[in-house]
Design a protein around this ligand. Structure first.
Ligand code: 5GP
Ligand code: MN
Length: 344
């Protein structure tokens, strides 16, 4: 049996909002990943199955390997169609906020959302959620927000409510946030949920291939280049760093998603417990991705050094500086956290 984790009071509030309201906007974070898009689309399909008018609004585009998800074509991207996004947000009767804990994670979309007093419901698995929600479904121990969407939908309407489309979206979110069930996925409920999703007829092997075996040749070459030339290992600290500058990304014709997962790879080296990837999105703006294993809290490093946050083992942030300065910050972080990194 799958344990019940969402309190009934919370389910009741969500049920009341869904019954009473008509127009829903589902929001998720900037640079959407498989869980952001998967959880949003799954809930979208559920709301539509209840006859509601629902739409997903994202700050910017998701990687191409997620474009096959049912409903992805109808997502409104704020970056591409700000007027359309503004319109639906202004007219929304209620918001679902998925896979982010703080409103600044949705970028410029937050300013428009803040103007609409409609109730907001949070469904998320990050630490430290903010407070302005009528219902807060916040469980950092969940493997993904998609897992929580499964729990919410079944709490509201039973297992029969989970359709093939919803299952594809939920499975994708659970799979991508756990590195295909390689980490953050030791709870038995995760596999009970996967079993229930398989009952709808989804093909998990096919989903795996669609998401992970969808590289372009240039992406493979970029990965080879990174492993050969751009990966630095700090043996003393059990740490690794990858840097990619804007002109290097251009040289390999990198498109959105091409560097996805790169930060995890150094963790395959025996002994490495902390990995950092600095990606110069454009000159002067550096995206930071951090990953760790065991108890090393990379979210603390993200908050202290990289203007970010996230989960204990997967965090991120951003810097407005040169690559040289960013590397200096990383060095400083290693010195500060050195003792924790070398402790076994
Ligand atoms: P990624 O490295 O895949 O971009 O991000 C990994 C995780 O770090 C995300 O799921 C999210 O929880 C967190 N994260 C990434 N960027 C930021 C950021 O700028 N601020 C905060 N608070 N968390 C971030
Ligand atoms: Mn997530």
């Amino acid at each position: 049996m799958i344990e019940k984790v969402i309190p009934q009071e919370c389910v009741d509030i969500v049920e009341r909002i869904i019954s009473e309201k008509e127009r829903f906007v589902l929001l998720s974070h900037k640079n959407p990943d498989g869980d952001a898009l998967g959880s949003s689309l799954a809930l979208l399909h559920y709301l539509k199955s209840r006859g509601k008018d629902a739409v997903v609004v994202l700050p910017n585009l998701f990687p191409d390997f997620l474009a096959w998800l049912p409903g992805a074509d109808d997502v409104i991207l704020y970056e591409k169609s700000p007027e359309k996004a503004n319109d639906v947000i202004e007219q929304a009767d209620a918001f679902f906020c998925l896979d982010f804990n703080a409103i600044n994670r949705i970028g410029d979309v937050s300013a428009v959302v803040e103007k609409n007093p409609a109730p907001r419901i949070l469904v998320d698995h990050h630490l430290f959620p903010s407070d302005d929600y009528i219902a807060k479904i916040s469980f950092p121990e969940a493997c993904s927000t998609s897992e929580l969407v499964y729990r919410l939908v079944t709490a509201l309407s039973g297992e029969e409510a989970v359709t093939y489309e919803m299952a594809q979206c939920i499975y994708t979110g659970m799979m991508t946030d756990t590195g295909a069930f390689a980490y953050a996925s030791s709870r038995k409920d995760i596999f009970l949920i996967v079993a229930a999703l398989l009952q709808t007829g989804i093909d998990k092997d096919l989903i795996y291939r669609k998401v992970f075996y969808s590289s372009s040749l240039t992406r493979m070459r970029l990965q080879g280049y990174v492993m050969y030339k751009k990966l630095k290992v700090y043996n003393k600290y059990n740490a690794a760093l990858i840097t990619l500058e804007h002109d290097e990304l251009q040289r390999f014709y990198a498109v959105k998603g091409d560097t996805e997962g790169l930060v995890n790879q150094p963790l395959q080296i025996k002994g490495i417990r902390f990995s950092c990837f600095l990606r110069e999105e454009h000159p002067g703006k550096i995206n930071v991705s951090l990953r760790s294993v065991d108890d090393f809290p990379c979210n603390e490093v993200a908050a202290e050094f990289f203007n970010g946050g996230g989960h204990k083992n997967a965090s991120g942030g951003e810097l407005h500086c040169t690559m040289e300065e960013a590397v200096k910050l990383f060095d400083a972080a290693l010195r500060k956290y050195g003792q924790q990194l070398t402790m076994l």
